[in-house]
Design a protein around this ligand. Sequence first.
Ligand SMILES: Cc1ncc(COP(=O)(O)O)c(C=O)c1O
Length: 444
Amino acid sequence: MTALARRLEATLASRSDRQMLRALDPNPPPSSTLVDFSSNDYLSLSRSPILRKKLLDELNKPSTPLFGPPSSRLLDGNSPLHASLEHRLASFFCAPSALLFNSGFDANSGLWSCLPAPDDWIVFDELVHASIHDGMRASRVPKERRRAFKHNDVKALERLLREIVEQDEGVRDGTKSVWVGIETLYSMDGDLVPLKEVAEVVQRVLVAGNGHLVVDEAHSTGLYGPNGRGLVCALGLANRVTVRVHTFGKAMAASGAAVLASPLIRNYLINYARPLIYSTTMTHLSALAVHKSLELLEEGGSEEPAANVHSLASLLISRLSAVLPPTSSVSLPQELVALASSSSISPHPLTSPIIPLLTPTPRPLSAFLRQKGFLVRPITYPTVPKGQERVRVCLHAGNAREEVEGLVRAVEEWVKREERERGEGRSAVAPSPRSPPEALQAKL
Ligand SMILES: Cc1ncc(COP(=O)(O)O)c(C=O)c1O
C-alpha cells in the first residue's frame, strides 16, 4: 500500500469510528416509494405537469438551443438566453441587476471571496451555510476580523457591531466596510431571520452607511413574498440589502443561482469572482429550466403551493404539540411552536417548510419512520452542534394532509414505545446499523 493510500484509508477509518463517514448509495433506487418529507422540493415543482409542459413545449421549438455553450460566460458562453434570464430575474426580484452562477455554492463562495477588502470586517450568523464559510475563508479578510454572532440574536449582532465601531477608526469614519452575512431561512432549524431588526441595527450602528447586508435566500425563494420573490421583497427591504443570493435548486426545481446587486457590484464580480470566470457557464438546458420555473412564478403559479406548504406546517406543528408529552424524547423547538400558533400571513407567513424533531436518537427515529413509509433524514453532529441532534422534516406542497397526520401518528407511536420500554429498563429500538448515505448529512 502506498503512503497516500495508507493516509486516506486511516483518515476515512477514523471518520467511520466517529460515526461521521459520508457515503453515496452505489445503486440509488429510481424513485422512492416513501412519502417525501426530506427533499428541498418545497413547492413540488419537480413533479409539476404545468412546469413539465412549459419546458417540453419550449424544447420542441426547432430554434431552441439545447446543448452548450461549452465555454465560460466570459468567452463564448454569454448567450442571449443567459442574458435574457438575468434581465428577467432582476425585474422579477426588483433588483438593479442579476448575475448567474452555476450553483448557490459558486455564488456564495465567489462573492464572499472577492467583495470584502483586506481591511474590511466580516460579521456572520454562526449557522450560515458552508459555501459562505468557504468564501469568507478564501477572502483577503484575516480570521481575527471575521466574527460570528449567535444565531438570529439581534442583540448579539448589535454588541459585536458596536465593539467593531469602537475598535476601528476606519469603520467609524466609513473608509472601511462591515459585511454582514445571513440567511433568510435556516435549513437545519427552519427559522426565519428577524430581517427588519437586523437591517435596522446595521443602519443604526454603522452610521456612515458602510454596513453591507448579504442575504442568502436559498430556502425562502418561492415561499415568501409576492409570487415567491423571497423574504427581502416580502418586507420591502430590497434597498437596505447590498447583495441577495437566490438559488434555483430548491423550490424552483432547477439548478444554479443568481446574485442580485448593483451594476457596479455585478461588474466587479464579472472581473473577480473565480467560480464565474473559470468555469463553463450553465447549459442552455439549465437556463431554459430556470426561465420556465421563473415564468411559473411570474404567473402566480407558486402562490397556491406556497400557501399549502405553510398550512401543512401549521398542521404538523399543532398536531405534534398536541400529542408530544412535555417529557417526551422528541420535541419541537419552542420558538417554532410559538410562531406557528400565529395565523398572521402579513407581511409573510411565520411558518416554514422545515420542521426539526429534536431527539437524542435521530437515527433510530428516522429508521422507524422509514419503516412506516416516511422518508426523513437524521441530522447529527457536526452538521448540528452536539446535543442538538434531530430528524429534519421537510414539507412539500404535494404532501397530502393525511400523510402529515400519518407522520404524526408514527412519531406518537415511537414516543409511546420508547416510554414503555424505558419503563421496562431498555431502549425502544437498538440503534440500527447506519445506512451509508445517512452516515452524515452535509448541510442541506
Ligand atoms: C443556505 C444555502 N445557501 C447555498 C446553498 C448552495 O446552493 P446550491 O445547492 O445551489 O449549490 C445551500 C444548499 O444547497 C444552502 O442551503
